[in-house]
Design a protein around this ligand. Structure first.
Ligand code: ADP
Length: 395
């Protein structure tokens, strides 16, 4: 059988990210982004074999944009597309692994929408459009939450009255599961360890950031909770704050719930602390020039990240390595070294030269000689979604 092609789709409320993954090739045959869907400025950009192209699609919705992308995908796949993998943010407690899309699974995804009102309805738009356009193709949903369904109850329950959990699903779910799983499997391979008999701490540091403790191939704890706001400092999200902040702001400043939600999700994190940017590259440059806000944002980011990793270590019985991934984790020697400097009690230390050269897609160990393993492992959520889709094609 020739190597198979899977189209991976990640749908937002006004965007579709897509990638064509061939199981035998390291790079995507085609990848792109349709954005501003539903507006007069709707457009699609794509890359194929080193060349980049764009097309305006005024007024296009998700289905119209996918219909436009379809011939490109078919041509890039040589007419042989084997399946479609969809990223779905929230699978609630129903989904503990990827699943084939059929009426029953679609209804279960619809039923989890109250847990992820911003994300799941957008993911469903893409799924429904793709099913209409490719009715005979196997389509699969891969959930950000599924990998964390192995958390023990003492890690996933909040200290809240039982009925909020039993009747309303208020518990910790965790996100970025596809990335945590992909990089910890890769790290085990690279270290010559069996995934099922190894123990990892992971720092996924992109625009959203989370930490995870993985043992015996299973997620044992993670920093995000009911929603992707809990945990470490992120680009524009605050991460953990005192839960009484809501009532404090409402009482003292008269803020509405919507204002507080916007504050914590869009105006906080690196952006809020620095007063400058949510982008770590810009903050590192500003710090070099002595910008006080950027300097503080980086210090808080690294300290809180280290604190979260130390907390995650409670879920492990040993440590085979700390893994850095995501745009910041893969590219910032500064953030890695500042974070690890706070983790001396875990005996972690970096080799400065290895840390400096392990950037821009390079993977490898960066720890100092004689210290526990610290690895940089580029994430590839699209490939993991394609692998999960292929596994279900074979099932
Ligand atoms: P997303 O979560 O949207 O997929 P990414 O994983 O691409 O995001 O990560 C984006 C973050 O990575 C941004 O804060 C960006 O500044 C940061 N980043 C990318 N390259 C570098 C770099 N060379 N140095 C520091 N930060 C970087």
């Amino acid at each position: 059988m020739s190597a198979r092609n899977i189209l991976v789709i990640n749908c937002g409320s006004s965007s579709i990210k897509f990638a064509l993954v061939n199981e035998a090739l390291p790079d995507f045959a085609l990848s792109g982004l349709a954005e501003r869907l539903g507006s007069a400025e709707a457009q699609v950009h794509w890359q194929q074999g080193g060349s980049q192209q764009s097309l305006l699609l005024p007024g296009a919705d998700h289905r119209a944009a996918l219909a436009q992308v379809l011939p490109l995908v078919q041509a890039a796949a040589g007419g042989e597309l084997h399946g479609i993998g969809h990223r779905v943010v929230h699978g609630g407690e129903h989904f503990t692994a990827a699943c084939r899309l059929d009426d029953a699974s679609l209804n279960a995804i619809r039923a989890t929408a109250p847990l992820a009102p911003l994300h799941n309805p957008a993911n469903l738009l893409g799924i429904e459009a793709a099913i209409k356009l490719f009715p005979s193709l196997t389509q699969v949903a891969v959930f950000d939450t599924a990998f964390h369904q192995t958390l023990p109850e003492h890690a996933y329950r909040y200290a809240l009255p039982e009925h909020l959990y039993r009747e309303h699903g208020v518990r910790r779910y965790g996100f970025h599961g596809t990335s945590h799983r992909f990089v910890s499997q890769r790290a085990a391979e690279m270290a010559g360890l069996s995934f099922g008999d190894s123990s990892w701490l992971v720092a996924h540091l992109g625009n959203g950031c989370s930490t995870c403790a993985i043992e015996a191939g299973q997620s044992r704890d993670t920093s995000m909770g009911l929603t992707p706001l809990e945990g470490v400092v992120m680009g524009t999200r605050s991460g953990d704050v005192d839960p009484n902040l809501h009532s404090h702001l409402a009482r003292t400043l008269g803020w509405s719930l919507e204002q507080i939600e916007t504050l914590l999700n869009k105006d906080s994190g690196l952006l809020g602390l620095s007063g400058l940017s949510n982008d770590m590259r810009s903050l590192e440059q500003a710090r070099e020039q002595g910008h006080a806000g950027a300097t503080l944002a980086i210090e808080v980011f690294c300290y809180r990240l280290a604190k979260s990793l130390a907390a995650m270590s409670c879920a492990l019985t040993r440590l085979d390595g700390l893994i850095f991934t995501g745009g910041i984790g893969e590219n910032s020697p500064l953030i890695r070294s500042k974070t690890v400097a706070h983790l001396k009690l875990l005996n972690l230390a970096l080799d400065p030269a290895a840390n400096a050269r392990t950037i821009r897609g390079v993977a490898g160990p960066i720890q100092a000689y004689g210290h526990p393993r610290v690895m940089v492992v580029p994430t590839n959520e699209e490939r993991q979604i394609a692998l999960d889709t292929l596994a279900l094609l074979e099932a």
